[in-house]
Each structure stands twice: as structure tokens, then as C-alpha cells.
Design a protein around this ligand. Structure first.
Ligand code: ACO
Length: 438
């Protein structure tokens, strides 16, 4: 394969088919930053071959203006703004506006957007009945998949994907209602009454209120806790074409309604290799139990015959520190300090584990660094969330990323139904055998 410039400065990559001696040129497409991509769309038509790329490790599936990641340098930008600056200076709802609309809002745009989201936090009352159909011991993520998918049965007036106004209403509804739906899943699982949203609270405060308050007592949200919550939402809001976002785009590419697409994203997020990892991190830290068992767990993680992996370590894209993990490490110390949780043993184990792993050749050579999940579980535990809710919180935050990516895809004139090809290695054609002859 060679790279050259031809004609008007357009760059091509040339692929040579050794069996025929033919050369094929494929254009190189530049982004605004990051590596250029080879446009292989005419590949099959020209060569009669497909590419083979399980896990899409070398495949760009779309053009996007929302989020940029440089995994080698540990950089994450939303619409050009570094995640560290957004986590420090912005708020989750402002970030939602930015992801959806492409620019930071003016003061009045911000107020209007916040009012819109705040005024759509209640869910259809009949949705309450849907919860009662679930077993009390259902995992809240199971409830989330079902209830978010069911929104399409309640909000018919925002399911026409070809109407820009309906697309925007569906986006606002999802961002506004997802905290209500998530906290209802939790309240149902512990047998407490559902708590209605309050319009006088911020997004994060309202979430904490619906999660932790009960009608029988006053509940005051601490500003430190609500700021930490808001920051966790910011850090999980979008991460370009990860498994769940790609799932949302794939589901949406067939023209499915946005509620069904987000339910698909929630299903994908549930897995332990993706959103389930922070729950797995806490389980792992509990299993380690004390600093003197860290060495043993590191050896297990390195043993190819043992399926155990160090949870919260490694990332498909980041081959450097995950910038979100850095913000969260600082946040973990602040939150535990403010809440007066001195000497949290899990945090101590986590810090020691990180130190040992970062000096170990196995992790250094493979560029395995702590990811966002490594510290988020510790903060969430300190804030009082049960582990079963960790992935749900991730889903609450990621809903805006999913919906912004879905919207961008629908508005992209080059959008096509997602339909990968395969390398078939099964039987070639053979005749049917009657049952008495098998
Ligand atoms: N512990 C031990 N070894 C690991 C780990 C780990 N956590 N992660 C990767 N490796 C090793 C692999 O065994 C492999 O070794 P080899 O080259 O000797 O075969 C090498 O590092 C490369 O790993 P891959 O699995 O090929 O990397 P991939 O990009 O496919 O996987 C993933 C990324 C799934 C995140 C992986 O690192 C992992 O399972 N981590 C633990 C789970 C986790 O924390 N997930 C959260 C991801 S972040 C998020 O979703 C928000």
C-alpha cells in the first residue's frame, strides 16, 4: 500500500492486488484534527473484496463533529472544548446544549434550555404501572432497557424522525426524563414510593432528591455532593463511537424511533467491558480487601490462563491516561474529604493498585492505564449509591451523547442503514438430509 498526491493535491492510498497485478486508488479524507481516513466505499465495486475488521478497530463508521479523542495523548474534546475545562467550569446542562447544538449557549439560550429540560422531568403517570410489572429484585438496568424503550408507546408525538421539531422534542424529553426513570427503577427495587421531580432544583440536585429523599422526611442536597454528581454526569456525557453509541447509531440507521434507539444503547452499555466496569471495579476492590493482596491480583490479571482482568484498566482508544480518570481521582479525594470519610480503605487499595500496575512491565508495555471507571465507583459509593445503580448513572449521563450522535446521523445526508459484511467460514452449499437419514 502506498500513499501519494495526485492532481489537485488530493491524496490517495494505492492498494495493489498481487493476484491480478492491478492497482486501485482510494482517496484519503482529512478531518479537522486526527489521522486521515482511507475512503474504502468503492472497495467492493472496484476490487470485489470487503475489509475484515472485527471490533471495528480500524474502521471509521461515520463523520462526526461532536467529540474528538486522541488516545495516544490522552485528549478528549467536546465540540473543541477540553473535558478538563468543561468539568471545572461548565455544568452538565450547558454541556447537553453544547453537544446537541454545537455551540455554548448565550445566557438567555442557557436559561431557556434549562427551563425546557426542567419542565419535562415528569413522566406519564401511567408509566408507573409499567414498573409494577417488574420483579422487585430486577436489576435497575433491566428496568431501564424496558422503560426507555416503552417511552415510544407514550410519546407518539415525538417519534417522527423526519421532523426536526419532533427530533428536538424527543431529545429534550430523553434528557429531562432519564433521571426520573432511573431513580424510579431504584425506588421500585427497594420498595420505596416514587419521588416526583422538583422544578426548583438543578439537574444534579433533582436527581439526588429523587434518588435519596422519602416523603416522610426532609432531604437537603449538599452543594458538594451535587457538584460531584454534576461533574460525574459531565465526564460521562459522550465519548464518540464507543459500543453503546455505535449501537444507537446502528439501531437508528434503520429509521427506528429515538426512544427505541436509546434503549438499544442502554442494553449495550450494560456489559462489564463497557458501562458495567465501574460496578466491576468496586467488586474487584472489595474482593482484594487489603493492600497485601494486590500483588496476587496483579499476577492473576497478567496470567493468560486466568480470565480475570484488572477492572478499570485499559481502554480501546486511550493508550495513555484517560483524562476523565485524572479529573475523577482529584474529585474522589475532594468528595471523601468533604464527606468526612477519612481513610476510605477502597480508595487506599485503588491508589496502591494504580501505583503498582503503572510500574509493572505488563501494564506499561500494553499501555494499560486507569480509565474513567476506576475512580467513579469509589465516588458513587461515597455518595451513597448502591453498586447496582452505577451503570444506570452512566446511562443517565450518556443519554445526551447518544441522542446528539443519533441526531447528527439523521441529519447527515450521506447516512445509510448500517449493514456490515462478513467473512463466511461455514459450510458451502449441501443438500437437505431427511430426518431418518441423519
Ligand atoms: N487487565 C489485564 N490485561 C488487560 C486488561 C486488563 N484490564 N485490558 C487489556 N489487557 C491486555 C489484554 O489481555 C491484551 O494482552 P495481550 O496483548 O497479551 O493479548 C492487551 O492488554 C490488549 O487488550 P485488548 O483486550 O486487545 O484491548 P481492547 O482494546 O480490545 O480492550 C477493554 C479494551 C475491553 C476496555 C479492556 O482493556 C478491558 O477489558 N478492561 C477492563 C474492563 C474495563 O475497565 N472496561 C471499561 C472500559 S471504559 C468504558 O467503557 C467507559
Amino acid at each position: 500500500m502506498s500513499q501519494e498526491s495526485k492532481g489537485s493535491g488530493n491524496e490517495y492510498v494505492t492498494l495493489q492486488d498481487h493476484s491480478t497485478g492491478k492497482n486501485y486508488d482510494f482517496p484519503l479524507m482529512p478531518g479537522s484534527i486526527g489521522p486521515k481516513v482511507i475512503d474504502v466505499r468503492p472497495l467492493y465495486a472496484q476490487t470485489g473484496h470487503f475489509t475484515y475488521d472485527p471490533g471495528y478497530t480500524s474502521t471509521g463508521s461515520c463523520e462526526s463533529k461532536i467529540t474528538y479523542i486522541d488516545g495516544e495523548e490522552g485528549i478528549l474534546l467536546h465540540r473543541g472544548y477540553p473535558i478538563e475545562e468543561l468539568a471545572e467550569q461548565s455544568s452538565f446542562l450547558e454541556l447537553c446544549y453544547l453537544l446537541l447544538n454545537g455551540e455554548l449557549p448565550t445566557q438567555s439560550e442557557r436559561q431557556k434550555f434549562e427551563a425546557t429540560i426542567t419542565n419535562h422531568t415528569m413522566v406519564h403517570e401511567q408509566l408507573h404501572n409499567l414498573y409494577r410489572g417488574f420483579r422487585r429484585d430486577a436489576h435497575p438496568m433491566a428496568i431501564m432497557c424496558g422503560v426507555v424503550g416503552a417511552l415510544s408507546a407514550f410519546y407518539h408525538d415525538s417519534t417522527d424522525i423526519n421532523d426536526p421539531r419532533q427530533r428536538m422534542i424527543a431529545s429534550h424529553r430523553l434528557i429531562a426524563k432519564i433521571p426520573t426513570i432511573a431513580t424510579m427503577a431504584y425506588k421500585y427495587s427497594i420498595g420505596q414510593p416514587f419521588v416526583y421531580p422538583r422544578n426548583d432544583l438543578s439537574y444534579a440536585e433533582n436527581f439526588l432528591h429523587m434518588m435519596f429523599s422519602v416523603p416522610a422526611a426532609d432531604y437537603k442536597v449538599s452543594p458538594i455532593v451535587s457538584r460531584a454528581m454534576d461533574r460525574i454526569f459531565i465526564l460521562h456525557a459522550d465519548h464518540e463511537q464507543n459500543a453503546s453509541t455505535s449501537t444507537v447509531r446502528m439501531a437508528g440507521s434503520s429509521g427506528a424511533n429515538p426512544f427505541a434507539c436509546i434503549a438499544a444503547g442502554i442494553a449495550s452499555l450494560w456489559g462489564p467491558a463497557h458501562g458495567g466496569a465501574n460496578e466491576a471495579v468496586l467488586d474487584m476492590l472489595n474482593e482484594i480487601g487489603s493492600k497485601d493482596r494486590i500483588g496476587e491480583m496483579i499476577e492473576r490479571a497478567k496470567d493468560k490462563d486466568d480470565p480475570f482482568r484488572l477492572m478499570g484498566f485499559g481502554h480501546r482508544v486511550y493508550k495513555n491516561h484517560d483524562p476523565r480518570a485524572r479529573v475523577l481521582m482529584k474529585s474522589a479525594h475532594e468528595v471523601l474529604g468533604e464527606l468526612g470519610i477519612e481513610n476510605e480503605p477502597l480508595l487506599e487499595i485503588a491508589m496502591e493498585l494504580e501505583k503498582i500496575a503503572l510500574e509493572d512491565d505488563y501494564f506499561v508495555q500494553r499501555k494499560l492505564f486507569p480509565n474513567v471507571d476506576f475512580y467513579s465507583g469509589i465516588i458513587l459509593k461515597a455518595l451513597g449509591f448502591p453498586t447496582s445503580m452505577f451503570t444506570v448513572l452512566f446511562a443517565v449521563a450518556r443519554t445526551v451523547g447518544w441522542i446528539a450522535q443519533w441526531k447528527e446521523m439523521i441529519e447527515d445526508p450521506s447516512q445509510k442503514i448500517g449493514r456490515p459484511r462478513q467473512l463466511y467460514t461455514g459450510y458451502t452449499q449441501r443438500p437437505y438430509v431427511a430426518v431418518d437419514k441423519r
